[in-house]
Design a protein around this ligand. Structure first.
Ligand SMILES: [Zn+2]
Length: 414
């Protein structure tokens, strides 16, 4: 394969000193992931609200040899595009934004398509080895509305058996025609997920879905597990402790469980929260790293022994985070003073084509098992607001702590 002995040690490990990027057979990472990402990042899309109008011109620009097709229409008759590239025998089917408000993997997928269209030697190797069939936005109506569901309020990831929606039927037809060797099911997850009880956010989570109730691990599931283990190894270098393993409870109505049960190794990607990165531009980069490293793993066909053990050692996702946690807050309740804690969570609201993050109080109590992406210790300062001077569920996180600290939309006003 492609060995190159011209490596130098730098902050990323070993990198090739020549201009092209190769990867070596030695165990050290020789890829400069940061550089490849920055060279291929699509600057025209950013943030959370990514619609068909955003990606259509980018896909058309990449349509240099009839790679772009319209494979069907959504409920509202918007085109659903596929972008197919490569001539190799290993076939990869990837789809993103099946949930309309989950756009991070779409951004990373477009970055990856840029990479495949770049003059890089590695991209060239990929295109000889793989055929990539991507559907960058399966749910364009939901993307426009910024909803998880499609316009009929159906969760397409619970419709893989009944196939009641045109978007579900399109994906199934493509799966049956293309006959992929691997499926990549690309999603975003909410900021509530942490990595087990470590207090770290689950910036990226993976799952090799179950194919039966017993959650048995067969050959196909193992193939997906092998790739996840390799992606995790690479991600740990950049986001140590911030990779989670998604719950593998079996639900045949979910698309990953369906394709896995139909015999195709399938990987669920969940792009999650990175510290301070509500626009998910950092997470986008880590998804790109994962895509790249996973395909390198398939390409290199490296056999590792303890994959299942290594996979099981990836800590499980735990919904133990809030966007804000306020601790040791004094309140007046029934004429007596007591100390409490409470938490607020952003609601993402689409207003005039923009996403607003509006913080609401969602839990009041001990919060011993919870973490906040931002935590404030009020140190016994008294709570007050413009209503009843006690925190109430579902009220906006606008209040005072003591006389001097004003909290507006969850954050201390400076
Ligand atoms: Zn999703």
């Amino acid at each position: 394969m492609f060995t190159k002995l011209n490596f130098e040690l730098n902050q990323y490990g070993y990198s090739c000193k020549c201009k092209d990027v190769y990867f070596c057979k030695c165990k050290k990472q020789s890829m400069n992931y940061e550089k490849i990402f920055s060279q291929n990042k699509e600057e025209k899309i950013k943030g959370r609200y990514i619609t068909l109008e955003d990606i259509e011109p980018l896909l058309k620009k990449l349509n240099t040899g009839n790679q772009l097709q319209i494979i069907g229409k959504s409920v509202l008759e918007n085109p659903i595009y596929s972008y197919q590239i490569g001539t190799g025998k290993t076939k990869i089917l990837l789809w993103s934004q099946m949930h309309g408000n989950e756009s991070t993997t779409t951004k990373a997928l477009i970055d990856f398509l840029n990479f495949l269209n770049s003059p890089s030697e590695l991209a060239h190797q990929f295109l000889e080895f793989f055929t990539f069939y991507s559907i960058p936005m399966l749910n364009p109506d939901g993307a426009k509305l910024y909803t998880r569901e499609n316009v009929n309020k159906v969760d397409l990831n619970r419709d893989s058996q009944n196939l009641t929606q045109p978007e579900s039927i399109i994906l199934r037809n493509i799966y049956e025609e293309f006959k992929p060797d691997y499926c990549y099911n690309l999603h975003d997850q909410r900021t509530i997920f942490g990595v087990a009880d470590t207090g770290k956010p689950a910036t990226v989570s993976f799952l090799s879905p179950s194919y039966n109730e017993e959650r048995a691990i067969n050959g196909n599931r193992t193939k997906a597990i092998n790739i996840i283990v390799r992606m995790n190894e690479v991600l740990q270098q950049y986001i140590p402790g911030q990779v989670g393993r998604f719950d593998d409870g079996f639900n045949i109505n979910c698309i990953g469980d369906t394709f896995q049960s139909m015999g195709t190794p399938t990987i669920l990607f969940e792009a999650g929260h990175f510290q301070g990165d509500y626009e998910r531009e950092e997470t986008r980069k880590f998804i790109f790293f994962a895509l790249l490293s996973g395909f390198i793993a398939i390409y290199e066909n490296v056999i590792v022994n303890n994959e299942i053990v290594d996979y099981m050692n990836i800590p499980q996702n735990n919904p133990n985070f809030f966007d804000f946690v306020y601790k040791n807050v004094k309140i007046n309740y029934d004429s007596s003073e007591l100390i409490t804690n409470f938490a607020a969570q952003y609601k993402e609201e689409l207003i005039n084509n923009k996403i607003f993050f509006n913080a609401f109080i969602v839990k009041i109590g001990d919060l011993v098992d919870n973490f906040g992406h931002i935590e404030y210790d009020a140190d016994g300062k008294i709570y007050s607001d413009s209503n009843q001077n006690i925190p109430n569920l579902n009220q906006k996180a606008d209040f005072y702590l003591g006389k001097k600290i004003e909290i507006v939309n969850g954050l201390i006003k400076l």
